[in-house]
Write a protein that binds this ligand. Structure first.
Ligand code: GUN
Ligand code: ZN
Length: 427
């Protein structure tokens, strides 16, 4: 058993924009008890169900202990072209993303990058991620192999792309089906790993390939699906030209059976009300990627519309379209995106999206995303006074809301004092 002391933040549900009191609990000087990979107890230091007299206590006094961050959209092969200058989505893909992904044909290179990638996630307090690999089957193999070593809940898949991309980065409908199927059989539900069928986006997949992706989901009902949707205006126009019979962008995926309760659609910046209605009906999820949407100039996500339609939603860093691995930095940008639309993102709801909201988007909310008995011991320790300026600012702050807001507006990886995955320290 391990015993941790600190200010414990527990989510029960979505607080909503008006912050329902029952949606979360906060225990100052509380306790977290873990045994092996699971949580035994999280809450008040009084009434603990086990005697802990003789056990050493790891104290994080004045620090917030919360569930680890969940990143619902990120590209591991883009780790070393993050922050590439000057382009918007379609040109940025051609100029930076595709050449970076080409190198993952080499599986020893992929292994090195997978290791760097996971280290960077952990340094930023991200304990679960839904990740794009590349078109190469071995790139997904490499990431699964490294994640398994950390007993981490990680989801990824080989990218499907058979047109409108350089020839050296494309597959075919048949090879994409066969490779994905082999990866599902090898990795899906092995330890904490999960497979996600990963068509890159409608522009780079033929109708035949999307149809076979839909077949994979029918053949494996609890396998995930991840793709991009309605990110950039030029992208949306191109999809309309490529699929003239579709009712809209989401419909391209939906009519192929790709919008399920295990589907995560990244961006959704320009989604129509009708598309939101379909998204809700299918119980699919959105990955809101504020850093990326600002960095690539894609547009301002409409948070109130997502709230109104009550769609499952988590945060995505979208590295390397996004310029930071930090979920805190993404909350910073999310707040500003909301401000530019005269909307509000309250810190209590922001941290919900970063943890339990993300877990719900991945259908993992009964295992991760909050601190409760029998959940995995995936948790982080956040220091709201990690820098001199933050410590000064904290002198004018006392409530949980104040501390969380300081963390999200001023914080980054420096505020992540420790991170644990399945009870083991990874930072
Ligand atoms: N749309 C298709 N591919 C990509 C990608 O790699 N990054 C982002 N942000 N959008 C995409
Ligand atoms: Zn992306």
């Amino acid at each position: 058993m391990q015993v941790f002391k600190g200010d414990i933040l527990i989510y029960n549900d979505n607080p909503g924009a008006n912050i329902s009191e029952s949606s979360y609990s906060f225990y100052e000087d509380g306790l977290l008890l873990t045994e092996k990979d699971k949580i035994l107890y999280a809450g008040s230091a009084k009434n603990i169900p086990f005697p802990i007299n003789d056990l050493p206590i790891t104290s994080f006094t004045g620090k917030i202990i919360t569930a680890g961050f969940v990143d619902t959209h990120i590209h591991y092969p883009q780790i070393n072209m993050i922050a590439s200058f000057g382009e918007q989505l379609l040109e940025w893909l051609e100029r930076y993303a595709f050449p970076a992904e080409k190198k993952f044909k080499d599986s020893s290179y992929a292994k090195i990058m997978a290791d760097e990638f996971l280290k960077e996630l952990h340094r930023n307090g991200t304990t679960t991620a839904l990740v794009f690999s590349t078109v190469h089957k071995s790139s997904a193999d490499a990431l699964f192999t490294e994640a398994q070593k950390h007993n981490m809940a990680l989801l990824t898949g080989k990218v499907l792309m058979d047109r409108n991309a350089p020839e050296w980065l494309t597959d075919t409908p048949e090879t994409s089906y066969n490779d994905s199927k082999a990866l599902i059989e090898k990795w899906h539900k092995v330890d904490r790993l999960r497979y996600a069928v990963t068509p890159r986006f409608a522009i780079t997949s033929s109708p035949e390939q999307l149809e076979l992706a839909g077949r994979l989901l029918k053949e494996h009902t609890d396998v995930y699906m991840q793709t991009h949707l309605s990110e950039n205006k030029k992208e949306i126009e191109s999809v309309a030209r490529l699929f003239p019979d579709s009712l809209g962008y989401l419909d391209v995926y939906d009519r192929m059976g790709l919008a399920t309760d295990h589907s995560v659609f990244a961006h959704c910046v320009h989604l129509t009300d009708d598309e939101y209605t379909v998204m809700k009906a299918r119980n699919s999820a959105i990955a809101f990627c504020p850093c990326s949407n600002m960095f690539l100039g894609s547009g301002l996500f409409n948070l109130n519309k997502a709230r109104k339609h009550d769609v499952k939603m988590g945060l995505g860093t979208d590295v390397g379209g996004g310029n930071s691995f930090s979920i805190l930095q993404n909350l910073n940008e999310a707040y500003k995106v909301a401000q530019l639309r005269s909307q509000k993102l309250h810190p209590i709801q922001a941290f919900y999206y970063a943890t339990l909201g993300g877990a719900q988007a991945l259908n993992l909310e009964h295992q991760i995303g909050t601190l409760k008995k029998d959940y995995y011991a995936d948790f982080i320790v956040l220091d709201p006074g990690a820098t001199d300026l933050m410590r000064l600012r904290l002198k004018n702050a006392s409530t949980l809301t104040d501390k969380l807001f300081i963390l999200m507006m001023m914080g980054d990886d420096r505020c992540v004092e420790a991170a644990y995955i399945a009870g083991r320290k990874v930072k």
